[in-house]
Design a protein. Structure first.
Length: 419
C-alpha cells in the first residue's frame, strides 16, 4: 500500500488528482437585451424577433447574431396580416402580452415586413437599389427568399407586389453567376429562386430555374432540404430528370438497334448505293459508337434510373463521347448528323430555341393565378419576355403531353424584330 501511495504522490508529497477541464464561460452577448427599434414611436407592442446567438470560431473569436426588438402598432400590423390579427387580437396568449417573441423568424426579413405594414417603403426601395442588376450579388437570392418566405407564412405577400417584377429580373440575371458557386450552394440558391418564382407567379423565372434544377440534379440530390418546397414540385423534378436522361439515351438505343437489324428505322439509313456498302458503313459506325461510349464508361448504355451524375453533365459526357475520333468511310455519311439531330432537343443551351421541361399542368395553373394577383400574368398561351425595354424572346407553350406535362419553348427573335 505504501509503494502504491508513493507512486501517485508528487515530489512535494501531494497526491495528484485529475481535474476535469472547466467549461468555457457563456458569452455575455447571449444575455444582452436587444435595443428597441421604433417602427412606430407610438406603438403599443414590442416584437422580439430571433435570438442572440454566439459561435466561437477556431481562432477563439466570437461570431454574433443578434435578436432585434421592434416597437409596432398592433392595429396597423393586424390590418396587414390576418395571421398577425389572430395572434394580436384573437384567443392566443400573445393577445394579452405586451412583448411577443418570434425566435424562429429572420430579423432582417421581419424588419422589412414591419416597415411595409406601417407604410414605410424606403427600406425596401433602398434594398432593391443597392443590388447591381447587371451583376447581382449571389446573397441577393437568400435575402429575398427570407422576405418572401416570411411574408408567405404570415399572409403578407401582397406587400411585395411592387417589387416582384424587379426582384425576379435581378434573379434572372443572377442565375448566370450561380455557376461560380459550389454545386451544393448553387443548387440551394436555385431552389430558393424557384420558391420565389412560385409565390410571385413569375413564369419566366420559374421556367428558367426549373430547367436549371433539372439539368443540375444528381440522382441522390436531397431536394429542398434547407428551403420550402413549392407546390410539391420535387417529384416533378425527379420525373423530368429521368425523362430528359431517357431522351438522350433513346436515340442511341434506336440507332444501335438499327445497326444490329433489330429495327428498320429510316432515320439512320446509309446513303450508299449498294446493300453491301451500307452494311459496311453501319458496322463501322456501330464499332465507332461503342468505342467512343466505352471511353467514357458508358458502354453498355446505362439505365436512366442508374445515372448518378447531374443531368447536364451526363448529357455533355454523351455529346463529348460521340464521334470523338470518327473517320467516315465515305463522304457525307448522314448517320452521325441524324443521331445528333435526334438528341438535340434534349441538349441544353444548344440553340436559340430551347425546350424547357415543365411540371404538371396543375402547377402551371396555380402559377398563373398567382401571377394575376401580382400583376404578372402573361397573355396565355403566348407571351413576351423582355430585358429592360428591349424585346428579345418570344415564349410559348410548345406541347402538352398525355400526362399534362407542358413543354415551354423560348425563341430568340432576330435583331430586326426587337423593340
Amino acid at each position: 500500500m505504501a509503494s502504491k501511495r508513493k507512486a501517485v504522490e508528487s515530489p512535494e508529497g501531494e497526491q495528484k488528482r485529475h481535474i476535469p477541464p472547466q467549461p468555457p464561460e457563456p458569452c455575455p452577448f447571449l444575455i444582452q437585451v436587444p435595443t428597441i427599434i421604433d417602427v412606430d414611436v407610438r406603438g403599443d407592442r414590442i416584437l422580439v424577433v430571433g435570438t442572440n446567438q454566439c459561435k466561437i470560431m477556431a481562432d477563439g473569436t466570437h461570431e454574433h447574431k443578434e435578436a432585434k426588438s421592434f416597437r409596432i402598432c398592433s392595429r396597423a400590423l393586424a390590418r396587414s396580416s390576418p395571421v398577425m390579427r389572430a395572434m394580436l387580437f384573437g384567443k392566443f396568449t400573445a393577445a394579452t402580452q405586451d412583448t411577443i417573441n418570434f425566435p424562429e423568424d429572420d430579423t432582417a426579413a421581419m424588419e422589412m415586413l414591419l416597415q411595409l405594414s406601417h407604410g414605410n417603403l424606403t427600406p425596401v426601395y433602398d434594398f432593391t437599389l443597392k443590388h447591381d442588376v447587371s451583376q447581382p450579388d449571389p446573397i441577393f437570392v437568400d435575402e429575398v427568399y427570407e422576405m418572401v418566405a416570411l411574408a408567405n407564412r404570415y399572409l403578407m405577400s401582397h406587400h411585395l407586389r411592387t417589387w416582384a417584377r424587379d426582384w425576379a429580373s435581378i434573379l434572372l440575371k443572377g442565375n448566370r453567376f450561380f455557376p461560380s458557386c459550389p454545386h451544393a450552394v448553387r443548387y440551394k440558391k436555385m431552389e430558393k429562386s424557384l420558391f420565389i418564382a412560385s409565390v410571385f407567379g413569375h413564369l419566366q423565372l420559374y421556367a428558367v430555374v426549373f430547367s436549371d434544377l433539372v439539368w443540375s440534379q444528381r440522382r441522390d440530390q436531397k431536394l429542398f432540404a434547407t428551403s420550402i418546397e413549392p407546390d410539391g414540385v420535387a417529384d416533378s423534378l425527379r420525373k423530368v430528370r429521368l425523362h430528359q436522361i431517357k431522351g438522350i439515351l433513346d436515340p442511341i438505343h434506336e440507332a444501335i438497334g438499327s445497326f444490329l437489324g433489330e429495327n428498320d428505322s429510316s432515320l439512320y439509313a446509309c446513303n450508299q448505293d449498294t446493300q453491301h456498302l451500307q452494311s459496311q458503313c453501319k458496322a463501322y459506325t456501330l464499332g465507332a459508337l461503342m468505342r467512343d461510349l466505352n471511353k467514357e464508361s458508358l458502354w453498355p448504355l446505362p439505365n436512366p434510373e442508374s445515372v448518378h451524375e447531374a443531368t447536364g453533365y451526363f448529357c455533355a459526357k454523351i455529346k463529348r463521347s460521340l464521334w470523338s475520333d470518327y473517320t467516315q468511310i465515305h463522304p457525307d455519311c448522314p448517320i452521325p448528323q441524324a443521331l445528333v439531330k435526334q438528341m438535340r432537343p434534349f441538349t441544353p443551351r444548344l440553340n436559340d430555341t430551347q425546350e424547357y421541361p415543365w411540371p404538371p399542368r396543375s402547377i402551371v395553373d396555380s402559377l398563373l393565378l398567382r401571377a394575376e394577383e401580382f400583376g404578372l400574368r402573361p397573355t396565355y398561351p403566348e407571351w413576351f419576355v423582355t430585358e429592360g425595354s428591349e424585346l428579345k424572346y418570344n415564349c410559348s407553350i410548345r406541347s402538352v403531353s398525355q400526362d399534362n406535362t407542358i413543354s415551354w419553348s423560348v425563341t430568340k427573335l432576330p435583331r430586326e424584330m426587337r423593340w
